[in-house]
Design a protein around this ligand. Sequence first.
Ligand SMILES: NC(=O)c1ccc[n+]([C@@H]2O[C@H](COP(=O)([O-])OP(=O)(O)OC[C@H]3O[C@@H](n4cnc5c(N)ncnc54)[C@H](OP(=O)(O)O)[C@@H]3O)[C@@H](O)[C@H]2O)c1
Length: 252
Amino acid sequence: MSKRYWLTGASSGIGEALARELLEQGCELIVSARSAERLQPLVDAYPERCQALAVDLIDAEQLARAEEELGGLCDYLDGVIVNAGTCEYIDVKAFDPAPFARVMAINFQGAVNTLALALPLLRKTERAHVIGIGSMVTRLPLPRSQAYGGSKAAFEYLMNSLRVDLAGEGIDVTLVRPGFVKTPLTDRNDFDMPFLQTPIQAAQIIAKGIHKRRRIVQFPRPLVIIMALVRFLPLGLQTGFLKKLSRNQEHS
Ligand SMILES: NC(=O)c1ccc[n+]([C@@H]2O[C@H](COP(=O)([O-])OP(=O)(O)OC[C@H]3O[C@@H](n4cnc5c(N)ncnc54)[C@H](OP(=O)(O)O)[C@@H]3O)[C@@H](O)[C@H]2O)c1
C-alpha cells in the first residue's frame, strides 16, 4: 500500500480528509494548495511520509516553479489526485461572466495544469493512476449551477477521454462524483443539502475506490439512485421537476 500520490486541494475539506486517510494507510503524499501554512499541519502529523508543494494551480509563474520543485521532491508518482476546486452559483437575473471564468479557471484549466506536471512523473512507474474529483452535479442540470456544473462537465469529459488515451500506456483513470460533503465550500450554501456526508465518510469511500481502481466512484447511494431516476424522465417532465428547485419563479 506504500503508493506515492500527488494530491491537490489538500488544505481543507475532502482533500485534507483524503490526505489523512491515505497517510494513515501508509501511502506517501505530496500535498498541494496555495498556502504552505495551511498544509503544514499535515506535514507535521506525518513528517516521514508527507511533503508540501504550495502552488496556485492557475498561476503560470508559480506552475513553472512548482514543476521544478515537484521534480526535486520525487522522481516518480504512482498517482495524481486532481481535487483542487471551487464553486460559485449563478444568478440568472444578473448574468455575469466573471464567476464562470473563475470557476472554469481552477476546476478545468487548473486540472489540466496539474496533469501537465504529473504525467511525466506518472510515466515513470508501471500502472500509474489518475484520479479526478468531479461532482454529482453533472448528472442533472441543477438550478444556479451553470458555472460549476459546466466546469465539472468539462472536467468529467477530460477524465473520460484521458481514460481512453492513457489505457494504451497502462495508466488507469478514476472519476469520482461526490454528492454533498460538509466542507468550507458547502458551508457557504444557503439551501438544504440532501444526504450530506462528512469529509471523513467521503475520504473513506474515495480511498476504497482508488485502491480498487474503479473507473467511476459515486456517492452517496440514495442520491445516485434519485438522480439516475430523474435523468431518465422525458426532458419536459424533468424540467418541470427541477424547476421547483429554481429561485427564478416569475412565470410559474
Ligand atoms: N464539498 C462537496 O459537497 C463537493 C461535492 C462534489 C464535488 N466536490 C469537489 O471536491 C473538491 C474539493 O472540494 P471541497 O468541498 O473539499 O472544497 P474546499 O474545502 O474549499 O477545498 C478546496 C481546495 O482546493 C484548493 N484550491 C482552490 N483553488 C486553488 C488554486 N487556484 N490552486 C491550488 N489549490 C486551490 C484549496 O486550497 P487553498 O484555498 O488553501 O489554496 C483547498 O485545499 C472540489 O473539486 C469540489 O468541486 C465537492
